[in-house]
Ligand binder design. Structure first.
Ligand SMILES: Cc1cc2nc3c(=O)[nH]c(=O)nc-3n(C[C@H](O)[C@H](O)[C@H](O)COP(=O)(O)OP(=O)(O)OC[C@H]3O[C@@H](n4cnc5c(N)ncnc54)[C@H](O)[C@@H]3O)c2cc1C
Length: 371
């Protein structure tokens, strides 16, 4: 009954009011999203970015600070505006900002370099999906060719836009970045030299190593990585040098020395070049066919086998001795420039042998690969 004693019509239900339903639906959706964000952002920060407890605390504090710093003055200002428009715009901007997170993640996955599905779990930290990260000094590179050179070593050709070219003997650093941010960097000598953006490397597997088994067994054409270089100005041969050159390589230490022998052959230089290459067996020699070929034109070549030699091999099998080094290298009287490269102990033994034979230590240049 109303005051006049008439019967009033029941108030229309809010659930039939289109404006109310729109606002209710919009607010419910907005609050649902806000609650997910409240829960999801710290979880993402911890799981993907490995944020510490303190960093998660700062993240939450930053969210509260926005209310205090922006919310109060903005409230007074917004009071003069049409509320509906403000609410719609604020929610739309918030939705766009949040959508940027999965969109950015999807883009990163698309640019993934070293597909996780091809990686054995033991090596996931390095190669779970290295992503391209541009940093000053680092150049993006892509593998354009791979071929085996022994059963445990592989030649990789990289395309490196922006590569400035390199001298024979220089090296570069490779960087792999996993999706979780873990990075691994290793140095590799460059088998190629001269101008151009193609760079050739040869990587030998170090058993139980982190990066070399990945590069030898898993990396594929099309995979991308980063490189920094060329590096090293000391362990370099220049075509203008006319002194005889003595190269002494152990295992994968042949790579920078091959770059020098190739450059020497290519230039038609008459500088005498000599190589003493120590390997476990003929099958373990990197670039064996090419080295044999160079040995027929421009290189005085001596093989030293430490485990097994081809049948009928006249020389002893075993580690290099000072006597064997002296017999297979230029004499000090010829004043050669010597380059020695390989595992650390090999390099030290060979350098000691050269100095003991009477070579000027300042003319004996070394590059240690580790081990
Ligand atoms: C200037 C420079 C140039 C190099 N050029 C080449 C190259 O052209 N080709 C190439 O195959 N390697 C090269 N190396 C070695 C390369 O940088 C890595 O050390 C090698 O690939 C092993 O890396 P990894 O991650 O597989 O092993 P890691 O996980 O780093 O090491 C695993 C284990 O192997 C030992 N180890 C590391 N390196 C060697 C090694 N070289 N020999 C024996 N044991 C080792 C470590 O002490 C460790 O115990 C170069 C190194 C330097 C410093």
């Amino acid at each position: 009954m109303d005051r006049d004693g008439g019967v009033s019509a029941p108030a229309p239900s809010l659930w039939r009011d289109r404006n109310f339903l729109t606002m209710w639906g919009g607010q419910a959706l907005s609050q649902f999203g806000a609650q997910i964000v409240e829960l999801a952002l710290p979880v993402l920060a911890v799981l993907l970015l490995h944020a510490t407890e303190a960093q998660v605390g700062y993240l939450n504090a930053a969210a509260m600070a926005a209310f205090l710093v922006v919310g109060l003055p903005a409230g007074a200002w917004i009071d003069r505006m049409r509320k509906r428009h403000v609410m719609i715009w604020a929610d739309a901007v918030r939705a766009l900002a949040l959508a940027a997170v999965p969109a950015r993640d999807a883009a990163a996955r698309r640019s993934r370099l070293l597909g996780a599905e091809r990686l054995p779990p033991a090596r996931r930290p390095v190669a779970v999906g290295a992503v391209l990260v541009r940093t000053t000094g680092w150049l993006p590179a892509r593998i354009v060719a791979v071929r085996p050179t022994t059963s445990h070593a592989r030649i990789l050709t990289l395309d490196v836009p922006g590569w400035p070219g390199n001298d024979p003997g220089q090296h570069l650093v490779i960087r792999l970045t996993a999706e979780d941010g873990y990075q691994a960097e290793r140095s590799y000598s460059i088998a190629s030299s001269g101008p151009g953006k193609r760079v050739e490397l040869a990587v030998d597997t170090v058993p139980d190593g982190e990066v070399s088994p990945f590069l030898v067994e898993i990396a594929e054409v099309g995979d991308a990585l980063e490189v920094k270089g060329p590096l090293g100005a000391y362990f370099v041969w220049h075509e203008t040098d006319s002194d005889p050159v003595q190269l002494i390589a152990g295992g994968s230490g042949i790579v920078p020395l091959l770059a020098m022998a190739r450059a020497h052959d290519r230039s038609g230089s008459t500088t005498p070049f000599r190589l003493l290459y120590s390997v476990r067996s003929a099958a373990d020699a990197l670039y064996r066919d090419e080295i044999l070929d160079l040995g027929r034109h421009s290189l005085d070549l001596t093989w030293a086998y430490t485990r097994s030699a081809p049948e009928g091999w006249p020389d002893p099998v075993g580690r290099l001795t000072p006597e064997r080094v002296a017999a297979a290298t230029w004499s000090p009287a010829q004043h050669p420039l010597t380059f020695i490269c390989g595992p650390t102990r090999f390099v030290e033994a060979a350098a000691d042998a050269m100095v003991a034979a009477g070579h000027d230590p300042a003319r004996v240049r070394t590059e240690r690969f580790g081990g």
